[in-house]
Write a protein that binds this ligand. Sequence first.
Ligand SMILES: C[S@@+](CC[C@H](N)C(=O)[O-])C[C@H]1O[C@@H](n2cnc3c(N)ncnc32)[C@H](O)[C@@H]1O
Length: 297
Amino acid sequence: MGSEEKVTSAVAPENEEATEAWSGVLFDRFVQYRHLVVEGLTAFGDVAIDAHPPKRCDRVLDIGCGFVDTTQQLASLVGPDGEAVGVDVAEPFIKASIEEAGQAGVENVEFLAGDVQVMDLPGPFDYAFSRMGVMFFANPVQALRNVRTALRPGGRLVAIVWRRKLDNEWVHRTEKVVDQYLEEPEETDEPTCGPGPFSMANADTVSEQLQIAGFENPTFTRCDLEMKIGGDLDNAVQFNMALGPAAELIRLAGEEAERIRPKLEREIREALAGFDGDGGVKAPASTWIISATSAAD
Ligand SMILES: C[S@@+](CC[C@H](N)C(=O)[O-])C[C@H]1O[C@@H](n2cnc3c(N)ncnc32)[C@H](O)[C@@H]1O
């Protein structure tokens, strides 16, 4: 055990572009807005873990772990005789996690860089968890099947994913503004993040994907919480123009978006103004907590 880095360079060709995005521009933006992303998502992760906790001594997998926080939380729940393994396709997240776990003195964690769709996952695991890390696979069934194969029969998958944009109104409002002026260019050098954060919003589709991948009894529990999207309105505007579907469109549109940036900022500010209040800009956010068990072979 321990938190040495083991880099497996396995990445499916169809996930290479998303890997470039997550290892570069999106990593940098997650670093910049880490306080908002982690604070906002922690509340959803806690509800999911409270509803479906791992057991003491379990070996757990954290899919698309990003920074260290959820893997460390899982490691603490399974205790010193268990282990939490964080995997992420972006090496910069893995490097940062190894460093931070080392500084915190957490010993029962391991971090691996690789594409969960194709990498050799070091199972068997008793439990697999993901906070917003399963929506970016080009082939979700292949990725879910890979996770399922790494779980022991009867092992549980718990994943948090965004529900539809309409119920995440800050995302919807920002995208509506940007969509008026920008279209995804046919050609761009900018990498996209793959299918995108809302690709698992449809419970029927994901339920079928899970069952094809060999999971049983999938359940989808709606979890709506208020999420802080900025310390103030200016901060919320910049956050929404940096991360999420509208941000990706702005990034892909490049110079065309930069030319109209002040107008976009002004209109997004107006669109988000209703969420501004005491303690910052807070908006209703809506997710699914998915749970399913690995079927016996
Ligand atoms: C929205 S972030 C969530 C990060 C973290 N779980 C959290 O809640 O803060 C999505 C994460 O999934 C990772 N990811 C995307 N595609 C992946 C893949 N094919 N295999 C493994 N990780 C992937 C990204 O690098 C990124 O760290």
